[in-house]
Design a protein around this ligand. Structure first.
Ligand SMILES: Cc1cc2nc3c(=O)[nH]c(=O)nc-3n(C[C@H](O)[C@H](O)[C@H](O)COP(=O)(O)O)c2cc1C
Length: 274
């Protein structure tokens, strides 16, 4: 348990004196993404076990509205890595999973039972994304438990018009995120998280101390892992400078629209989003 306090310190850069960290949850506090993989295969049988763990995640109304495409063909994985262009670690992964929200299966089930599908709406879109994310999260925890490393890749959505036909995604199915899977070459340091006081609200939402808490977080992060020049967002719009903290870098990213064509794309794939 003494070591588990160190995990909290690593995760938050500060003591969280009231938190109890039993050994059973210690690996969850110690997780991180892995962006470089050994040239070693992930056995099919192990992958199938991890996917079974993913399918054990809860799903809204037991509807199970997601699918996952398993990619093992190196040239096809590299094709996606090349489209993205800036994430060469994708091509080093022996397995690339594409986690998809899936409204289509429910539509087909309604067809099979000669009933209308009357839920092509925003709520279903959200449910598909949540089911998918929970399954991906369960997969990541299972993979980490056996020593594998993973990294989600939202950038598959930046090239959705190419990725979708490559994978043969039909109407009603869209990628939520890719996930690289492989044996880690090295583990990056723990990425520091916002203090619980910012994220965890008791009984009522309360962000009155946000500015003060963020100033402390910026300071702790800057001390341990200053934002590198290469990590500065939207340098072409905001001149690069030293000393940019986490919150300013977030603002630099969020001030520019990302993937604003996504809704139009979903509409072409049969989502009404009504
Ligand atoms: C939905 C989602 C999408 C992500 N997309 C990418 C991505 O496209 N490329 C990448 O290198 N990392 C991606 N990440 C990884 C995050 O950058 C990473 O989780 C974050 O920096 C915190 O690091 P940690 O997971 O090691 O704590 C993604 C993570 C999530 C949850």
């Amino acid at each position: 348990m003494a070591d588990n306090r160190e995990l909290l310190q690593a995760r938050f850069g500060m003591d969280i004196p009231d938190a109890e960290v039993p050994d059973a949850i210690a690996p969850l506090l110690d997780r991180r993404v892995v962006r470089r993989y050994k040239d070693e295969p992930v056995p099919d049988s192990l992958l199938d076990g991890l996917l079974a763990a993913a399918q054990s995640a809860p799903a809204k109304s037991d509807l199970q509205q997601y699918s996952v495409i398993v990619m093992r063909d190196a040239p096809r994985i590299k094709q996606i890595a090349d489209w993205i262009g800036t994430m060469d670690w994708i091509a080093t992964a022996p397995v690339f999973l594409i986690w998809c929200g899936d409204m289509r299966r429910g539509q087909r089930l309604c067809d099979m039972h000669e009933m209308p599908h009357a839920n092509n709406n925003l709520d279903t879109f959200l449910n598909t994304a949540v089911d998918c994310a929970l399954a991906m999260g369960a997969f990541m925890a299972a993979a980490e438990a056996v020593g594998l490393g993973t990294c989600p890749i939202s950038y598959v959505r930046s090239h959705i018009e190419r990725v979708s036909p490559l994978l043969g995604l039909p109407s009603g199915v869209y990628p939520v995120a890719g996930l690289t899977v492989g044996w880690p070459v090295f583990r990056r340091p723990t990425s520091m998280r916002l203090p619980p006081s910012v994220v965890v609200h008791r009984e009522r939402y309360d962000d009155r101390k946000l500015a003060e808490d963020i100033a402390g977080y910026n300071h702790r992060r800057r001390t341990r892992e200053p934002v590198a020049a290469a990590g500065l967002k939207n340098n072409d719009i905001y001149p690069p400078r030293d000393g940019v903290g986490w919150s300013e870098n977030v603002a630099r990213q969020l001030s520019v629209p990302e993937r604003f064509g996504f809704k139009a794309y979903l509409k072409t794939k049969g989502f009404d989003l009504a």
